[in-house]
Ligand binder design. Structure first.
Ligand code: BGC
Length: 243
């Protein structure tokens, strides 16, 4: 195999509780271990970039970088950061990480990246992630509608999906109540999107204890990293609009 058809991608998943990396080959298969560190308690751009640079050095060789970030991302700039430090608002993560790693970097929302690793590419596919925050991603025939932020949308009892279903709430209310709420959230999303498929990922998806219909699939957390390969597909045009 020549160098040119063996481009390796460092895939990075920035989360509210962990920063994870893995190297993917040109086909999108893992060729390194998945490395993880806890997200620094003060999750500023400086502290998180330092963790990514450390993890990248341990992971091995790569030629390009894909990043999933837990907030709205437009043209490599992070616009919101509900579970990280406010210094992320308006931060040019793609440019900064390119300077640190000396490799081309593409950045999208973490749920969008997870979805790219999960979808079948047909029909209306919705993805939600249950972790520190509540992530969401929407695809029409495999094409991403970027930055769907269901998490901060009203859900019930005057609270948002993230307030009702985020990890800190799960710890407060326990798995039984949380599962009831997940069931209600699925019903609400079904009515709104009439999706063909719903994928549920994120660190807490394993705590779902519901009988799910065949068009709802639980996806492993590593999907968040596997989706990184799709940021470099020519056909998956991720809008990079400068405003
Ligand atoms: C953010 C989303 C993100 C989700 C999961 C939410 O708080 O607003 O952009 O996808 O958390 O990390």
């Amino acid at each position: 195999m020549t160098e040119s058809n063996n481009i390796r991608t460092l895939s990075v998943d920035i989360g509210g509780s962990g920063v994870k990396v893995m190297i993917l080959n040109q086909q999108g298969n893992p060729i390194s271990d998945r490395l993880r560190v806890n997200t620094p308690s003060v999750g500023t751009p400086t502290s998180i970039i330092a963790e990514i640079v450390n993890l990248a050095a341990q992971a091995g060789e790569f030629e390009r970088v894909s990043v999933g970030f837990p907030g709205v991302v437009r043209s490599g700039v992070t616009e919101t950061a509900a579970n990280l430090h406010p210094e992320w608002i308006g931060f040019d993560l793609a440019t900064s990480l390119t300077q640190h790693l000396n490799k081309p970097v593409r950045v999208i929302n973490d749920a969008d990246m997870q979805g790219l690793g999960a979808i079948a590419g047909r029909g209306v596919e919705l993805v939600i992630t249950l972790g520190t925050g509540f992530g969401s991603a929407l695809f029409i025939d495999g094409k991403l509608v970027p930055n769907l932020e269901m998490g901060h949308h009203p859900f019930r009892k005057g609270e948002t999906y993230e307030e009702q279903l985020g990890r800190s709430t799960l710890e407060d209310i326990g798995e039984k109540k949380w599962n009831n709420r997940v069931k209600k959230a699925i019903a609400s999303l079904q009515h709104l999107f009439n999706y063909d498929y719903l994928y549920i990922g994120g660190g807490e998806a394993k705590r779902i204890n519901l009988n799910l219909p065949p068009n709802i699939k639980l996806i492993p957390n590593v999907t968040g990293l596997l989706g990184g390969i799709a940021l470099w597909y020519d056909w998956q045009h991720i809008p990079q609009i400068k405003i």
